[in-house]
Design a protein around this ligand. Structure first.
Ligand SMILES: *[C@@H]1O[C@H](CO)[C@@H](O)[C@H](O)[C@H]1NC(C)=O
Ligand SMILES: *[C@@H]1O[C@H](CO)[C@@H](O)[C@H](O)[C@H]1NC(C)=O
Length: 228
């Protein structure tokens, strides 16, 4: 009986590996880059309902997008949420930018914006506006996707637990605790303190604006927001 169960488990695991690699091959054939796990994880790791609404105004919190848990003091130690949370901006100021600055600076020292203790105020501002900028760029990319992704492409790209995307979001969550990973390149990043370090940050923040990276993330975002 034990042998039978062991064999069954091995067979199931092998079947899953096969379907995972089939999905990856299938996505590569359909125009995905070789590191789509990272391009997609980067685009969604700090996604919010407000960000999703750029792609579908009906988007809400019942979504299946893995994101870094903003609450670093989570009682159960959950580092990655299996949804993008609702995260409204304050509205005391008039425009988007000042309300966003208010939101970021109001959290300094509380380290519950998912970034951990290593991020300075300036780095937080650059990160948050960079993600919004990328989402706005992706909004254009999603609108212009032709042809629209097929149901089988969507099925594979949304299977984040086996296609590597969830694992890459987990990588980001883990690295926030020890540094300021603005790419998944796993190399040292200087503190953002002057024009020289900004030149480094600027180049790194532009790392996922390539046509390939935008295409990977746009297909994922199209698929994950089309059914709200
Ligand atoms: C993404 O996928 C590539 C290729 O399978 C792998 O080498 C890399 O480690 C993955 N990245 C992360 C952060 O999981
Ligand atoms: C991140 O913060 C921790 C705790 O404050 C510190 O020990 C570590 O050196 C910092 N890492 C970097 C890359 O700055």
């Amino acid at each position: 009986m034990k042998v039978f169960i062991a064999l069954l488990l091995i067979t199931l695991a092998a079947a899953r590996d096969l379907s995972t690699s089939r999905c990856s091959k299938f996505l590569h054939v359909n125009g995905f880059s070789s590191n789509f796990n990272e391009t997609i994880a980067h685009a969604i790791h700090s996604m919010t309902v407000q960000g999703l609404q750029l792609f579908n105004p009906r988007a809400h919190e019942h979504n299946k997008i893995p994101t870094v848990n903003h609450n670093l003091h989570d009682k159960n130690g959950v580092k990655v949420l299996m949804y993008a949370p609702n995260d409204p901006l304050p509205s005391d100021y008039f425009g988007f930018s000042m309300n966003m600055i208010d939101k970021i600076l109001a959290m300094i020292g509380k380290s519950d914006d998912g970034l951990g203790p290593n991020w300075s105020s300036t780095e937080r501002i650059a990160h948050k506006f960079h993600m919004w900028d990328l989402w706005l760029r992706l909004q254009k990319e999603v609108r212009e996707l032709t042809p629209k992704p097929t149901p089988s492409v969507c099925k594979c790209v949304l299977d984040v637990e086996s296609n590597g995307v969830l694992q890459a979001v987990q990588w980001i969550a883990a690295h926030y605790e020890s540094g300021t990973p603005i790419t998944l390149l796993d190399r040292p990043i200087p503190k953002l303190v002057d024009s020289e370090s900004w030149a480094f940050w600027k180049k790194d923040l532009l790392h996922y604006y390539t046509p390939e990276a935008l295409h990977d993330a746009a297909v994922y975002l199209y698929c994950v927001t089309k059914d709200f």
